[in-house]
Design a protein around this ligand. Structure first.
Ligand SMILES: Cc1ncc(COP(=O)(O)O)c(C=O)c1O
Length: 397
């Protein structure tokens, strides 16, 4: 069998990171006693008004092909939301809907990047980025957000990474896995570098509405960025809608028109009933969203507090999102060893932080998007595990 070179570019280390997670899911399906804290998909159901909007669209026969770039009503709702947040005039023509934020990232990468281009991606980066941004034949140039800088971008390294081949800068803000929100002064420098070097900026804001403290600034709102910012997001995290695959990209109109060509020959539009539900979600105030956000914040606090009593572990304070980065180096184990042993000995699955980039080597990423009792039990098992480790090493670590 012969496959195209694209298949090589779609592989990569990222895929390996999910091995223990997949094993845990299998074990859970078989009824085994495992606790899955390796993924950002909460137990919350989608708020009922959104589900009702979908069902009523289905009952009214909304089961046909739809406009490839998305229905005007939904594109307008997304545009209005973005305009309210950024102050930048945004119309439906600046928006294309996509099958989740993931699909928006993939299409944006295909439209922005050519073979031989260099794309700067801040690391730690979300695990699918490697495949997404290599798929067009571009080379990823990672720029660190090191722990010493509080996981904020190393802006000197950003400037030094620019070459004649650099075409785009990519980052998630808030960041998965660290939960860091880039401050406006960092975004101002990134924007300046992008303007000076005529770069696209692809900003993944899928966690922007799961903010616990501080302020989230969209880079699209900064001067001169409307022409070069591609903002991608979705309802997956903010509205407990991961399975609906309801996302979008907001970009300059010509960019959207190019994205539409790719959507036409790939997804050929999203289901109308999903779009109706998404439009409802964006047009209405939904109290449940605040409740969910506040539950996530309580869970973050609960997990951080519980892990204070786990010898050798140090948690990074997440400002947003669903994850904690936990430094495990003082236990004497690498991130990978910790993940393997924790799962084998306690049934708790977490992810190796190194899968997100060298800046999170020696850490694990733990999701707190699980019910409170599960989180408590998961943390108790982690605590007991680290106490056992401490005994093994004679308390020296
Ligand atoms: C940073 C980041 N971007 C994109 C995605 C994918 O989002 P969606 O489910 O909307 O495709 C995720 C999912 O976990 C994510 O963490």
């Amino acid at each position: 069998m012969r496959f195209s070179p694209l298949t090589q570019r779609l592989g990569g280390d990222g895929a390996n990171a999910w091995r223990i997670h997949s094993e845990a899911l299998r074990a859970r399906a078989e009824g085994k006693d495992v606790i899955v804290m390796s993924v950002g998909d909460s137990e919350f159901d989608t708020p009922s008004g959104i589900v009702d909007a979908c069902i009523s669209a289905l009952h009214s026969g909304d089961t046909h092909y739809t406009e490839v770039a998305g229905r005007h009503r939904l594109r307008s709702a997304i545009a209005n939301n973005h305009q309210q947040k950024t102050g930048v005039q945004t119309t439906a023509e600046n928006v294309i809907v996509s099958a989740g934020c993931q699909n928006a990232l993939f299409i944006a990468a295909q439209i922005a990047l050519s073979p031989g281009d260099e794309v700067i991606v801040f690391e730690p980066m979300y695990v699918t980025y490697e495949a997404v941004f290599q798929a067009p034949g571009a080379t990823i140039v990672p720029v660190p957000c090191p722990a010493e800088l509080g996981f904020r971008p190393d802006l000197a390294a950003l400037r030094a990474a620019i070459t004649a081949k650099t075409t785009a800068v990519v980052f998630a803000n808030p960041v998965n896995p660290t939960g860091v929100v880039f401050p406006p002064e960092d975004l101002a420098v990134i924007a300046e570098v992008a303007r000076q070097n005529d770069l696209w900026v692809i900003a993944d804001e899928v966690y922007a509405d799961l903010l616990f403290e501080g302020e989230h600034v969209s880079i699209a709102s900064l001067e001169g960025m409307k022409e070069r910012a591609i903002t991608v997001s979705s309802l997956s995290k903010s509205h407990a809608m991961t399975g609906w695959r309801s996302g979008w990209a907001i970009a300059p109109e010509p960019f959207v028109q190019e994205m539409e060509k790719l959507a036409l020959c790939s997804t050929y539009g999203l289901p109308g009933f999903i779009q109706e539900a998404a439009a409802f979600a964006l047009e209405n105030r939904i109290d449940k969203l605040d409740e969910m956000r506040s539950a996530f914040m309580d869970r973050r606090d609960l997990a951080m507090k519980a892990l204070q009593n786990a010898p050798g572990l140090e948690c990074w304070h997440a400002q947003a999102g669903m994850f904690l980065i936990v430094d495990v180096r003082k236990t004497g184990l690498s991130g990978e060893q910790f993940v393997e042993r924790l799962y084998a000995e306690t049934g708790v699955s977490v992810l190796n932080g190194a899968a997100f980039g060298p800046s999170t080597n020696g850490t694990v990423r733990m999701s707190f998007a699980v019910p409170e009792e599960t989180l408590q039990e998961g943390c108790a098992r982690i605590q007991a595990f680290t106490k056992r480790l401490q005994k093994e090493t004679g308390g020296q670590k």
